[in-house]
Design a protein around this ligand. Structure first.
Ligand code: G3H
Length: 525
């Protein structure tokens, strides 16, 4: 195997420590092995990357207690700390994190098969996200460093933390999307329990010390294991204030159901989607084909924002399908570090079988695989299959494939895709390809009411991270963006006092003494 020296796995990482109540504790219990679907040998064999603790209820509850103690009924060091001091902790963490780039990128490639440039991008985007979050929080804090007066009452209004956050991220962005939850949750003064995704666990190992060194004890607790064994009892305790999860809507509902105090529980959820492309007869086909290619097959289609269904108008169907299928076949498959690679191994065991099932089901019901290489399978990969004509009774019409299969439907009546989007349980984004404003305008005006982002002549995506990322129905709860995430992980809370000499003198004393961290009109620059 031709693996560049710097990316070779010379020694497995046996992750023996975990972060609990500010201490890096040694795990002596059961462990589970972590394998990569990428082979290090000529004859295919998954590579052993290391092992992680296999935790169960007992440790999960210790992590919960640590997070609750750190919140300490609102009296904890972290939730009462000055905003400027929390920012110092976050900056310290980020400066240590930056030194771990190479290790994290290497494990992103091995654990989830993400290409080298995309893994680097995931790391750098996360660092940018943290710095942007810090700047945004300063702005929010500056805006609230004042008193309002209404009806004879002074009010000092700020955003305060919600409490204890359980944070669960997805395997396709195990660093970026998990941190897009964890960082705003932390900076707003919440305390957290964080369980890495099912794939992309060891890449967190280089960051454990950074968390330990940067935050007060109990503010970040990192546990390992299966959701059912560790997240379920934590939810059953009724002590979680926010479930922050990027993943599947069924798991999100199952976890919510475990919580006995439904109105206590706030939700920040980024869930699955079935984003369609709609190609109108006057679309620029060169541009459309490139965007649909990236939209449906970047990271092998394993993105919640991926285009998962392509509606193409009957008038341009033949040309689009032919040229699109030819282009799909030119995408190079290889290992993540191979130059120019576009398609990479699929990290989930049995994923190739699942994609094959979707293909077989569609073929049984009358679709064809249009591209020559579609469905070619190796030990860890199945080549993207372009399926046409896809019908309502096929599994791939409804199911979020989250992998390399591209279903295409032709239409003459625009109500066909519109009805589908309206009837669907999902409502994240759509890509709309066309030129004439007469046809685009009514469609835009309708689609914005069905999804949360209409991408004009471009594929769907989450970024730039300052834009709102959300969805309707089973696609999301709450909004994430640099700004919105800070709002999602906090609540407006304030101090009110009637305007009279007695209260005003106290207010002046409070401000002058600098003894309250909440009541302050200082500006953070
Ligand atoms: O898996 C869903 C991600 O939020 C998609 O993000 O559009 O930046 O790939 P992306």
């Amino acid at each position: 195997m031709n693996i560049p020296t710097q990316y070779q796995i010379t020694k497995p990482i046996h992750q023996k420590t975990y972060l609990l109540n500010g201490e890096l504790k040694t795990w002596t219990g059961k462990t589970s092995e972590v394998h990569s679907v990428i082979s290090s040998t000529v004859n295919y064999k998954p590579t052993l990357l290391g092992s992680i603790p296999y935790m169960e209820k007992e440790t999960a509850m210790k992590a919960l207690t640590a997070a609750c103690d750190a919140y300490d009924k609102g009296q904890g060091l972290w939730p009462t700390m000055k905003v400027a001091d929390r920012i110092v902790c976050m900056e310290k963490f980020t400066s240590i994190m930056k030194t771990k780039r190479d290790e994290v990128v290497k494990y992103l490639m091995w654990e989830i098969g993400k290409s080298l440039p995309d893994s680097q991008k995931e790391f750098d985007r996360t660092i940018d996200y943290i710095y942007d979050t810090i700047e945004e929080y300063k702005e929010i804090d500056r805006d609230s460093a004042k008193f309002s007066k209404e009806g004879g009452i002074y009010a000092h209004i700020r955003r305060g933390p919600l409490g204890v956050v359980l944070c669960l991220g997805p395997y396709n962005y195990p660093l970026n999307e998990t941190f897009a939850l964890l960082i705003p949750a932390l900076i707003m003064g919440n305390t957290t329990i964080f369980k890495p995704a099912k794939h992309g666990v060891l890449l967190i190992s280089p960051l454990l010390e950074a968390f330990q060194e940067s935050f007060p004890k109990g503010v970040v607790n990192i546990i390992y294991g299966r959701g059912r064994q560790v997240a379920t009892p934590i939810m059953q305790s009724g002590r979680i204030d926010v479930l922050a999860l990027i993943g599947n809507s069924k798991s999100a509902v199952a976890l919510q159901d475990e919580h006995p105090n439904k109105n206590r529980l706030r939700l920040v959820l980024g869930l699955e989607a079935k984003n369609p492309a709609i190609i109108l007869p006057d679309a620029d086909l060169d541009l459309t084909i490139n965007e649909c290619l990236a939209g449906s097959l970047s990271f092998n289609g394993q993105r919640c924002t991926a285009l998962k269904l392509i509606y193409v108008h009957e008038d341009v169907k033949d040309e689009f399908i032919k040229r699109f299928a030819e282009k799909v076949d030119t995408l190079p498959f290889g290992n993540p570090w191979d130059d120019g690679v576009k398609l990479t191994p699929l990290p989930e065991l049995n994923k190739t079988e699942y994609i094959q099932e979707l293909i077989d089901d569609a073929l049984d019901k009358g679709a064809k695989v249009i591209n020559k290489k579609g469905g070619e399978t190796t030990e860890n990969f199945i080549f993207p299959a372009v399926l046409y004509p896809v019908k309502k009774n096929m599994r791939v019409y409804e199911e979020e494939q989250f992998g390399p299969v591209v279903p295409i439907i032709s239409f003459t009546d625009i109500n066909e895709p519109l009805d589908h989007i309206s009837d669907s349980n999902y409502g994240q984004q759509v890509s709309l390809f066309g030129k004439s404003v007469d046809s685009l305008s009514p469609l835009i005006d309708t689609l914005v009411n069905l999804v949360c982002r209409v991408n004009l002549n471009s594929s769907c995506q989450r970024g730039p991270d300052v834009f709102p990322f959300t969805g309707r129905k089973d696609s999301a709860v709450a909004t994430l963006s640099v700004h919105d995430a800070l709002r999602s992980f906090s609540i407006r809370t304030f101090v009110a006092s009637k305007d009279n000499p007695y209260n005003n003198a106290i207010l002046e004393d409070l401000l002058a003494s600098g003894k309250s961290n909440f009541m302050s009109t200082d500006y953070i620059l």
